[in-house]
Design a protein around this ligand. Structure first.
Ligand code: MIC
Ligand code: SF4
Length: 753
C-alpha cells in the first residue's frame, strides 16, 4: 500500500530543469498548473509554448486509479492490450457496488456476496498485472487516494470524474474513461488538449457556519455546469492557504460539477500537515526541497488577470453557507435566500433525509464539525426530525472517528453509519418507499444531484450543502430552517438555538486503522489466471469494434433527438445498472433510457423508423442493428456531462449508432466517444438542431477527406422529400482520426503490442 517514494523522488528531480525550460519557452512567469503540466510532458515532447485550448499535448502521468464500476471495462480493455504488467503504479478501489440499506456491517457482507464474481475478477486481474487492490469496505477511491497516493506536483489520471479531489494536495488529477487509463497502464503517453486556466483568488478566512464546501457551491453558481469545460481551475491567495488540505480536496472534487478538467491548490503548510498526519513525512521532506516549483510564480498571483484566461475572486470572510439544487449542482442559493426559494418554487419543505460523507465530504474535519452539531442536538434535547446517514470515505477515517467518539454521537442522534462506499451517492440506496415516486426533499453533502440519481425517484428534490448545513437541516427536519438565525423547539417545549459548529482539521491522537483493506499484487503475476465465465451475466470479454468501412455514412436513422440536460446518468444510468458494468451487451439495455425525446417529451420512447411504432430506445436500436441500419443520436448542450463512465460511449458504439451530433460535449465523454471509434460531431450553427426532424434519414459526407480542423457536411433528408444540408464541426486530431478509422483506439494499441 505504501506510496512509491522513489517514484516521487524521480518526478521531483525533473522539476528544476523542466520548469526553467518551460519558463524560457513561454517567456513569462508560470502558474502552478503550467509547472506541473510542463514537468509531465513525455520525454520526447520539446518544451514549446503550447496554445491553451488548442494544442494537443502528450503527458506522462505518475499514477492511475480506477474504481470498481469503471475498472471492469478499463481492465477488460487492458487485457487485450498484450502487456504483462502495468507501466505505472495503478490501483483499483471497490466502492461503487455496495448498496446502502440497513447499515455498514450488514450491507458490506451482502455486497461481498452479491458481487463476488466481480470482486474476484478485479482482484485477480490486479494480482496478475501488478495493480494494488483495495477491497470492498476499504473506502471510496478519492478519499483513499488522498490519504495514500496523492502528492504535490504529481500527475494522475483516474477512471472517475471526481479524481480531481487529489488537487487538494497539489496534484493534477484528471478524470478519464477506461480507454485512457488502459493507454497509460500500457505505457503509452496520455493526450490532453492543453487546458485553459481559470484562477480563483481566495481572500479572507472562513468562520462560523461557512466551510470549504461553500466555496465550490458558490463557484458552481458563478461558472455553471459547463463554465469550467476545457479549463483547469487554480486556487491561490491567503484564503487558499488558510483552508485545510481536506477542505481543498472538497473544492477540487466538486470542480467536476462545473465541467473543469481539474482543479488545484498549491503546496503550503496545510498540505504538509496533512501529509505528516497521514504518515508521509518523507514526501514533505522532498517537497520542501522544491517548494518554489509547487506554487505558481509570485508575479502570476500578483497580477492574475495577465496570466489566467479568467479570474474570480471570493472573500472567504464574507462568504455565506450555500445550498445548491434541486436537480442540478449549479443552482446556488445563499442560505439567507434559500427558505424563500423553497417556498416560491413549491419544493417540499419537509426534509426527509440528510446524508453526510461521501468522497466529497468525509474528512476528519467534516465529521468532527457535523458531530459538534449532533452533540448539541443531544445536549439540547432536540430529536432529529429527518433520517440521517453518515458515509465515511475510508476505513481509516471511519476507524479514527469511531475511536474519537463521533460515531457514537451520531448514533445518539439517531444517525445510521453506512459502509465506506459510494452508496446513496450513486443510487446504491435501497430507499424504502422510493418506488412510490412521491415528491420529497433530501439534502446531501455529496456533489451531484441529478434527477433520479440517489434513489431512482424523479420526484426526489435533492440539494447539496456542507455536512454542517446538512446536519442542522436534518435536526430541524425543515429546508426553510436557517440555523444562523432561527430557533428550534426542543422536547421540553423550550426554544433553543444551534451554536456554530466546531471541529478539528486533523485528529490530535493521529489517524489509526486496524485493517485498511489493501491487497498487494503478486511480484510475478504471470501464473495468475483470470477467469471470465462465458455464461456470466456480469462479465463479458470484449470483441474489437469493426474498422471504418472507408465510405461516407448514409441513410442513418435518427434514433433520438435528446432534449435538454443529457448527462451520463441519462445515457447510461447507474444505480441498479451498475451490476452490468463488466458486460457490454447487458448494460447496453440501459442505453439512453433517461434521455428526453424531443418529439414527445417522454423518456425511453422513440419512433422506430422501420415500422413507425414507438419503442424503448435500446430495443429500437437493437432492431436497427439486426437489420444492419446505422443510426445517429442528436443532443443539446454539454451532452455527456457528469461521469467518466465510458459505457455511455461504448453502448451506442456496440449497438450500431454511428455518430453523436450535439450542440456541445462535456470533455470526458467526447474523448470516450473518440476512443471507441465513434464520430463525435457538433453543429457549426447550434440552431441547426431545430432542423432535425423525427423521420429523418441522415448522411454524413466528407469522411474520405476527414482531417483535423475541417468541417464535415450532414444532409438531413426529411420524410417529405425536402432536405437540409448543414455544416458540422469536430475536434479530432490526426491520431484520433486514426482511432476512428481503426474502429477504436484499442485496435491500434493491440496492433503495436
Ligand atoms: C459518479 O459520481 O457519477 C460516478 C459513479 O462516480 C462516476 C463513475 C461511474 O459512473 O462509474 C464518475 O463520476 O465518473
Ligand atoms: Fe462515489 Fe459519489 Fe464520489 Fe462518485 S461522487 S466516487 S459515486 S461517492
Amino acid at each position: 500500500m505504501a506510496f512509491d517514494i522513489e517514484m516521487i523522488k524521480a518526478v521531483y528531480e525533473k522539476y528544476p530543469a523542466r520548469i526553467e525550460a518551460a519558463r524560457k519557452a513561454v517567456g513569462r512567469p508560470l502558474t502552478l498548473t503550467e509547472k506541473i503540466l510542463y514537468a509531465h510532458l513525455t520525454e520526447g515532447e520539446a518544451n514549446t509554448a503550447y496554445e491553451r485550448g488548442v494544442s494537443y499535448v502528450d503527458f506522462q502521468p505518475d499514477r492511475v486509479a480506477m474504481q470498481d464500476a469503471t475498472a471492469q471495462m478499463a481492465l477488460l480493455q487492458f487485457m487485450q492490450a498484450g502487456r504483462d504488467q502495468v507501466a505505472v503504479p495503478s490501483t483499483v478501489h471497490c466502492d461503487h457496488l455496495i448498496q446502502a440499506e440497513v447499515g455498514a456491517v450488514a450491507d458490506l457482507t451482502k455486497a461481498k456476496d452479491k458481487n463476488r464474481e466481480v470482486y474476484e475478477f478485479l482482484s485477480s486481474v490486479s494480482n496478475k498485472y501488478g495493480i494494488g487492490f483495495w477491497k470492498p469496505g476499504a473506502g471510496i477511491i478519492h478519499q483513499v487516494v488522498l490519504e495514500n497516493y496523492a502528492f504535490p506536483g504529481g500527475m494522475m489520471i483516474g477512471t472517475d470524474s471526481h479524481t480531481p479531489n487529489a488537487g487538494g494536495l497539489g496534484m493534477i488529477a484528471i478524470g478519464v474513461g477506461g480507454a485512457d487509463a488502459c493507454d497509460v497502464m500500457a505505457g503509452l503517453p496520455w493526450e490532453l488538449k492543453f487546458p485553459k486556466l481559470i484562477g480563483v483568488k481566495l481572500t479572507g478566512k472562513l468562520s462560523g457556519w461557512t466551510s470549504a464546501k461553500d466555496v465550490i457551491l458558490k463557484v458552481a453558481g458563478i461558472l455553471t455546469v459547463k463554465g469550467g469545460t476545457g479549463a483547469i481551475v487554480e486556487y491561490f491567495g491567503e484564503g487558499a492557504n488558510s483552508l485545510s488540505a481536506t477542505g481543498k480536496g472538497t473544492i477540487c472534487n466538486m470542480g467536476a460539477e462545473i465541467g473543469a478538467t481539474t482543479s488545484i491548490f498549491g503546496y503550503d503548510e496545510k498540505t504538509a500537515a496533512y501529509l505528516k498526519g497521514t504518515d508521509r513525512a518523507d514526501i514533505v521532506a522532498l517537497a520542501d526541497g522544491i517548494k518554489e516549483h509547487l506554487n505558481g510564480d509570485d508575479a502570476v498571483y500578483a497580477t492574475p488577470e495577465k496570466y489566467f484566461d479568467q479570474v474570480i475572486e471570493i472573500n472567504l470572510s464574507e462568504l455565506e453557507p450555500h445550498v445548491n439544487g434541486p436537480f442540478t449542482p449549479d443552482l446556488a442559493w445563499p442560505l439567507s435566500k434559500f427558505a424563500a426559494a423553497v417556498k416560491e418554487n413549491g419544493w417540499p419543505a419537509k426534509l426527509e433525509v440528510g446524508l453526510i460523507g461521501s468522497c466529497t465530504n468525509s474528512s476528519y474535519e467534516d465529521i468532527s464539525r457535523a458531530a459538534s452539531l449532533a452533540q448539541q442536538a443531544v445536549d439540547k434535547k432536540l430529536i432529529a426530525k429527518s433520517e440521517y446517514t453518515i458515509t465515511p470515505g475510508s476505513e481509516q477515517v471511519r476507524f479514527t472517528v469511531e475511536r474519537d467518539g463521533f460515531l457514537n454521537i451520531f448514533d445518539q442522534m439517531g444517525g445510521v453509519v453506512l459502509a465506506n462506499a459510494c452508496g446513496p451517492c450513486i443510487g446504491q440506496w435501497a430507499r424504502h418507499g422510493a418506488e412510490k415516486q412521491e415528491k420529497n426533499s433530501i439534502i446531501t453533502s455529496f456533489n451531484r444531484n441529478f434527477a433520479k440519481r440517489a434513489d431512482g425517484n424523479p420526484n426526489t428534490h435533492s440539494f447539496v450543502a456542507s455536512p454542517e448545513i446538512v446536519t442542522a437541516l436534518a435536526i430541524a427536519g425543515d429546508l426553510t430552517f436557517n440555523p444562523m438565525t432561527d430557533s428550534l423547539t426542543n422536547e421540553d417545549g423550550v426554544q433553543v438555538k444551534l451554536e456554530e459548529p466546531s471541529g478539528l482539521e486533523l485528529p490530535t491522537k493521529g489517524f489509526a486503522v486496524e485493517d485498511a483493506g489493501y491487497q498487494a499484487p503478486a511480484e510475478d503475476g504471470s501464473s495468475v489466471d483470470v477467469i471470465v465465465d462465458a455464461q456470466s451475466e456480469r462479465l463479458q470479454l470484449l470483441e474489437p469494434f469493426a474498422p471504418w468501412e472507408g465510405s461516407d455514412l448514409t441513410g442513418l436513422k435518427l434514433l433520438i433527438k435528446a432534449k435538454g440536460k443529457c448527462t451520463t446518468d441519462h445515457i447510461s444510468m447507474a444505480g441498479p445498472w451498475l451490476r452490468f458494468r463488466g458486460h457490454l451487451d447487458n448494460i447496453s439495455n440501459n442505453m439512453l433510457i433517461g434521455a428526453v425525446n424531443f418529439y414527445n417529451e417522454e423518456t425511453n420512447k422513440v419512433k422506430n423508423q422501420l415500422n413507425g411504432e414507438y419503442g424503448e430506445v435500446p430495443a429500437v436500436q437493437r432492431q436497427y442493428k439486426q437489420f444492419g441500419v446505422g443510426s445517429i443520436v442528436v443532443g443539446d448542450e454539454n451532452y455527456g456531462e457528469g461521469s467518466s463512465r465510458e459505457h455511455a460511449a461504448m453502448e451506442p458504439r456496440f449497438l450500431g449508432v454511428r455518430a453523436i451530433l450535439v450542440k456541445s460535449f462535456a470533455r470526458i465523454h467526447e474523448t470516450n466517444l473518440k476512443k471507441q471509434g465513434m464520430l463525435a460531431l457538433t453543429f457549426a450553427n447550434p440552431a441547426d438542431y431545430d432542423l432535425v426532424q423525427e423521420d429523418d434519414n441522415i448522411d454524413i459526407v466528407g469522411l474520405d477527406s476527414f482531417a483535423p480542423g475541417k468541417s464535415l457536411t450532414v444532409v438531413l433528408n426529411h420524410a417529405d422529400g425536402s432536405k437540409d444540408e448543414i455544416k458540422v464541426n469536430h475536434t479530432y486530431n490526426a491520431g484520433q482520426i486514426g482511432w476512428f478509422k481503426a474502429g477504436s483506439a484499442l485496435n491500434l494499441i493491440k496492433g503495436d503490442a
